[in-house]
Design a protein around this ligand. Structure first.
Ligand SMILES: Cc1cc2nc3c(=O)[nH]c(=O)nc-3n(C[C@H](O)[C@H](O)[C@H](O)COP(=O)(O)O)c2cc1C
Length: 180
């Protein structure tokens, strides 16, 4: 199962990137997770949507070829970071590579709300006509890692309770991808 992960933070010590990398290792027997390089994407430009720069074409091809997508994102000012929205905007125009694509959204933040508002916005974005992803249903599947700085160790490993819940949601994501 080939999965592409989009990570909404591009800072070096990103907790969300640490979570994505941990998932790469932890679930390697179930899925091959490739973390996409969304930092290299230029700003979305509608003048270029039908013939985008090569880096965008490659990114869209990666999404198109994937069996499913995992989005691991922090919350910035009660929404998704611009770098993630920019990547999603590119996928939504010209060839619409997200349509019907199984998606598992999750996120980590240092505050109490654990990216709840960002996740709500992300689900709305993923439902837009140009995207129309097949998002894992929220009931029982919202991995909102709050106070992440207290739950992750220096090796990027999450605490047991979070991992147990994450394992159960990944199982449901695998089922969703298999249904495709
Ligand atoms: C521009 C900016 C806006 C932020 N806004 C929020 C927010 O709305 N809600 C929240 O819980 N944390 C917010 N934070 C704090 C992030 O949760 C925290 O920086 C987190 O570590 C970012 O994820 P990362 O470690 O993957 O980079 C914000 C951080 C930045 C830099």
């Amino acid at each position: 199962m080939n999965i592409v992960a989009l990570v909404g933070s591009i800072r070096k010590e990103s907790y969300n990137m640490q979570v994505a990398k941990m998932m790469q290792k932890r679930y390697k027997d179930k899925m091959n997770i490739k973390i996409a390089d969304i930092r290299s994407l230029p700003h979305f430009d509608q003048d270029e949507e039908l013939d985008p720069p090569p880096v965008v074409k490659d990114f869209k091809q990666e999404i198109l070829a994937a069996d499913g997508i995992i989005i691991v994102t922090p919350e910035y000012n009660w929404s998704v970071p611009g770098v993630l929205k920019n990547a999603l905007d590119w996928t939504s125009r010209g060839e619409r590579v997200f349509i019907g694509k199984p998606v598992m959204p999750l996120g980590a933040s240092m505050g109490m709300i654990g990216t709840l508002r960002a996740q709500a916005h992300l689900r709305q974005i993923l439902s837009a006509p140009g995207i129309q992803a097949k998002v894992l249903s929220p009931g029982g599947n919202e991995v909102l890692i709050n106070f992440v700085q207290q739950k992750i160790d220096k090796n990027g490993q999450l605490d047991e309770a979070t991992l147990t819940f994450l394992d159960s949601v990944v199982e449901k994501f695998v089922d969703l991808v298999r249904l495709k």
